[in-house]
Write a protein of this length. Structure first.
Length: 290
């Protein structure tokens, strides 16, 4: 067993109490958030090693540590899991969907916001294609709808690499955090993976480069009534100095070589940035009290 996995599996258990939730086709009725078991999970291992995942995605496991991260967040069989904005890559979806199907759980994607008057045909098609590809349902997520899900209905909400997109829009992070707190069951978990900026710089400077300080996420969660349950260095990368010409997207896997929207620069030297690997990232577990 790896050292990082040992640290994860040594985490203490928490007793989770919950209240009644509203039953809907997407959100089955439940009475409490499931208590996490920080132990070996054969179904999760099978999902991580699944043949459905492209080789390029599996190659990134050395940087993103999916088994260790999901164990740290407390994923377990039978949970209702909402993934926020999985996007076209759907890196986590390729693991979470088969895991939910194999263990009697429910996976829902907060994909995009059909209530937004600017909702495009391309966005509609992307959401429909995602639902068909994975055989799951998506629900609205955006500034108009918030997170379209009943109160106290999710065991775990996963937010991966999204806070830098929200930080530049006044009130967006606060609105979404409030929605996550509302939708989580008492005792439920908000799981966060995010490119991490050094402390001391304002988020207005770091977010355009894809990074936010850990304190920014923690404070936003606290303001929404969520409690920091644990933080992990599973996805830390001390080689990432965050000083890259095209932000975090200079690093793998994006490997940008020119400003966004401009043609790639064939003469750009990727070597120093490939040597860094993927970004330095925070891995946080928040819990809804109750």
């Amino acid at each position: 067993m790896s050292a990082s996995k040992s640290l994860v599996l040594a985490a203490g258990l928490a007793v989770l109490l919950g209240g009644a939730v509203q039953a809907t086709p997407l959100f089955p009725a439940a009475t409490r958030a499931s208590a996490p078991r920080f132990e070996e999970d054969a179904a999760l291992k099978a999902a991580v090693e699944g043949a459905r995942r492209p080789a390029a995605h599996r190659a990134r496991d050395q940087h993103r540590h999916p088994y260790e991260s999901l164990t740290f967040w407390g994923l377990r069989p039978g949970m209702t899991v909402i993934e926020i904005s999985p996007g076209g890559e759907a890196w986590w979806s390729e693991i979470l969907v088969p895991y939910a199907k194999a263990t009697g759980g429910t996976y829902i994607a907060g994909y995009n916001d059909s209530a937004n008057p600017n909702y495009s045909e391309a966005a509609r098609k992307a959401r429909a294609d995602f639902e068909v590809k994975f055989g799951v349902s998506a629900t609205d997520f955006g500034m108009v709808s918030g997170l379209k899900a009943p109160d106290n209905s999710a065991d775990l909400i996963l937010v991966a690499r999204a806070f830098h997109n929200w930080a530049g829009n006044e009130g967006q992070t606060a609105r979404y955090m409030s929605e996550f707190a509302r939708v989580l069951k008492p005792g439920g978990v908000l799981a966060v993976e995010q490119h991490r900026a050094a402390e001391g710089r304002p988020v207005s400077e770091t977010a355009p480069n894809g990074y936010v300080p850990e304190s920014y996420v923690i404070e936003a969660a606290r303001a929404a009534g969520l409690v920091l349950d644990a933080r992990s260095e599973i996805n830390a990368n001390p080689k990432d100095d965050r000083d890259h010409p095209f932000g975090v997207w200079t690093l793998p896997p994006t490997r940008r070589s020119a400003p966004q929207g401009q043609p790639a620069n064939p003469g750009f030297d990727h070597g120093p940035y490939d040597a860094v690997g993927e970004s330095d990232r925070m891995t946080l577990r928040f819990r809804k009290p109750g």
